[in-house]
Design a protein. Structure first.
Length: 246
């Protein structure tokens, strides 16, 4: 009996030791105490957490690489060039020189002494008038002789020419040695689209490939008009028309 009593105490001691050391398994019946938490050392915890959260770790590692690629792909100087690209195109555009609106053709009242069909040129005001029968006149803006080349007088239109050739007189070529002896008629010819020759003089009423000079004193004595204006005048007057330059 004593032998069995010692064995019972030994078995009970082992059971208590096992329950304190190892605790029950997951299959322990309900109502028994839960097992103590499993504690791992820090050096084992860190890789285990990284394995459980791979996306966060991967994002953290790749983020600097993505930023580095963007800095290399989108350079500040590239942005500056893209923004500055349209500017030269706007700067290369140059505004066209235009005739002042006051020198464009118009119809005005006329009560002067000259009969219909007469041309009157006011060199001070820079206007040419073609007198009409109804008490009006067609008025055109003109360019006139520069200082030292002014003149006045009355002449007849002795010749008309379309796209006239130009032979600069000797006096002009002496002042301007760069001028040719002859220039064929055409858009680049200084006499323009039409010419009305005045008497036996070297003066003409003619067109111009420099329409912005209309309204100014720029010529060597000739009367300049816009090509479209001299073409209109050319159709309205004939050889023998009287021209008064005042």
């Amino acid at each position: 009996m004593k032998h069995f009593g010692h064995m019972a105490k030994a078995v009970a001691a082992v059971g208590v030791f096992c329950s304190l050391t190892f605790g029950p398994t997951e299959g322990t019946a309900a109502g028994r105490a839960a097992p103590p938490p499993l504690v791992l050392s820090p050096n084992l915890t860190e890789p285990w957490i990284l394995q459980l959260k791979p996306n966060r770790a991967t994002t953290a590692r790749r983020a600097p690489e993505v930023k580095q690629r963007r800095r290399g792909w989108l350079r500040p100087q590239t942005v500056a060039r893209r923004q500055a690209a349209p500017q030269p195109q706007r700067q290369t555009r140059t505004p066209q020189r235009q005739v002042s609106s006051q020198f464009l053709p118009t119809i005005v009242d006329y009560s002067g002494p000259h009969k219909a069909g007469t041309i009157v040129i006011d060199t001070n005001e820079r206007y040419l008038y073609l007198v009409q029968r109804d008490g009006t006149a067609r008025r055109y803006g003109v360019g006139v002789g520069k200082p030292g080349f002014e003149w006045a007088g009355s002449h007849k239109v002795t010749r008309k020419a379309q796209w006239p050739d130009w032979r600069p007189p000797a006096e002009m070529r002496k002042r301007r040695p760069d001028l040719p002896k002859f220039m064929e008629g055409g858009p680049n010819n200084p006499l323009g689209a039409r010419a009305l020759y005045l008497g036996s003089t070297l003066y003409r009423i003619h067109g111009s490939n420099q329409p912005w000079t209309i309204g100014h004193a720029v010529s060597s004595g000739c009367i300049r008009m816009r090509n479209e204006d001299v073409t209109d005048l050319y159709k309205r007057v004939g050889v023998g028309t009287t021209v008064h330059v005042i």
